[in-house]
Design a binder for this molecule. Structure first.
Ligand code: ZN
Length: 416
């Protein structure tokens, strides 16, 4: 029989309904939840009991836009590091994310199947990892990191930055092949660059990337493998084209307007804003030596960040939690909770980091919810997160217990 754990006197956050359910017992068998009940059920042969003492139990958090290999903000520099060093540096990024309560993350390019397996086997402590492999980018697109003037396609080695540097593809045939390569290497989702970005010097934010045919080809190949595509895009034009081509989640999306949000809603697309990173870069961009053009792009998207949440919310577009931090700025991951509070209710923020993220990732019933059959990924927190999520912004103090797949990652339940 697998090891049985009991969480007693729990106030369970029902992420689907967005409400708290007091006086519950959660029974865990092995790595999964066996029962959640507010009836006084009898539980025998318990290996360990955790007394929540009425505290709120949340599903383990999900960050749907991270780069766990981004140990530096200098991505081109990272691409010149050996994969062994990149991997070694990723281990602490992963562990720190888990200690902030993120039991699952969706990697938006960079992490590969080796890193995923290292976590799955317990070699590295970290969130369950859903990988994209290399981001697929057109020549001169957001993930084409070659210095200007370089003509050689394979300028960086094929394992550069583990996979932060794009798979460059032009034309429908090349796009299909690049997507199929990611599928072959175990991608859980396909990342495509559908518009300009901040960290890339020569592509305007308002511009679009890939032809509609290329975008469609990428989505078709993803769907053919039972996967889906996530697209980096800021402007209304780039977002609309991507969604109409079949993209399931828009990453960032800061510049969307009402009409664009309506297209997203009509196509069942998700928005994954990553406001923590713009706040971090607004503080640090200048010191990091960014060019005036890059700082100008940053100012534009930073200014529209919270507004994009308001627009998406008003049109009923599901808003999922993401952060997109790089290098030493990873410590700001929890700041996303506080930034979102300007436009979203605490329950909406929590749902974005649990059930909505799970739906986006097609993992409903597995993660993001405290229901029988789901992974026993859960947090016990101080205070009432349905009123105020600030305990998640200060995880070292606000989170009392972290369980991932029934394994105790952190326990300060009895600490003062
Ligand atoms: Zn990103």
């Amino acid at each position: 029989m697998s090891r049985r754990l009991l969480i007693d006197r729990a106030t369970v956050f029902d992420s689907a309904a967005g409400v708290l359910r007091p006086h519950c017992r959660i029974v865990i068998e092995g790595e999964r939840i066996a029962a959640v009940s507010d009836e006084p059920i009898q539980v025998d042969d318990v290996a360990q009991t955790f007394d929540a003492a009425g505290r709120v139990v949340l599903p383990g958090l999900i960050d749907a836009h991270v780069h766990v290999v981004a140990s530096s903000h200098d991505l081109s520099g990272l691409a010149l590091q050996p994969p062994s060093l990149v991997t070694a540096q990723s281990s602490s990024i992963l562990r720190d994310m888990l200690m902030r309560g993120f039991t699952t993350v969706r990697d938006a390019a960079g992490a590969d199947f080796g890193l995923q397996e290292a976590v799955a086997r317990g070699l590295f402590e970290g969130p369950r990892l859903f990988i994209a492999g290399f981001p697929v980018s057109q020549t001169g697109g957001h993930a084409d990191m070659r210095p200007k003037g370089v003509r050689q396609r394979e300028f960086f080695c094929s394992c550069a930055g583990l996979g932060l540097i794009g798979a460059i593809a032009d034309g429908v045939g090349e796009v299909r092949r690049a997507v199929r390569e990611q599928v072959r290497n175990g991608a859980n989702q396909i990342k495509i660059m559908a518009g300009g970005g901040i960290a890339s010097p020569s592509d305007p934010l308002e511009g679009t990337q890939f032809s509609v045919e290329e975008l469609r080809a990428a989505c078709e190949e993803a769907e053919a493998a039972n996967l889906y595509a996530m697209a980096h895009a800021y402007s209304p034009r780039a977002v609309t084209r991507a969604v109409q081509a079949g993209v399931r989640s828009i990453e960032h999306g800061n510049l969307i307007d009402e009409a664009t949000a309506r297209v997203m809603k009509a196509h069942g697309a998700y928005l994954v804003p990553t406001l923590a990173t713009y706040a971090a870069l607004a503080d640090e961009g200048q010191r990091l030596g960014w060019s005036a053009a890059m700082l100008d792009k940053l100012a534009q998207v930073h200014a529209h960040g919270v507004e994009s949440l308001r627009i998406a919310k008003a049109e009923g577009v599901p808003i999922v939690f993401g952060t997109d931090l790089l290098g030493h700025m990873h410590v700001r991951q929890p700041s996303e909770f506080t930034i979102r509070a300007a436009a979203l209710s605490p329950v909406e923020i929590l749902q974005g980091a649990t059930i909505e993220a799970a739906r986006l990732m097609r993992q409903e019933g597995q993660i993001g919810q405290l229901v029988p059959g789901a992974y026993a990924d859960l947090l016990i927190v101080d205070g009432d997160p349905t009123r105020d999520v600030s305990m998640l912004a200060e995880p070292a103090r606000g989170i009392r217990l972290i369980l991932q797949g029934g394994r105790v990652c952190r326990d300060r339940l009895t600490a003062g």
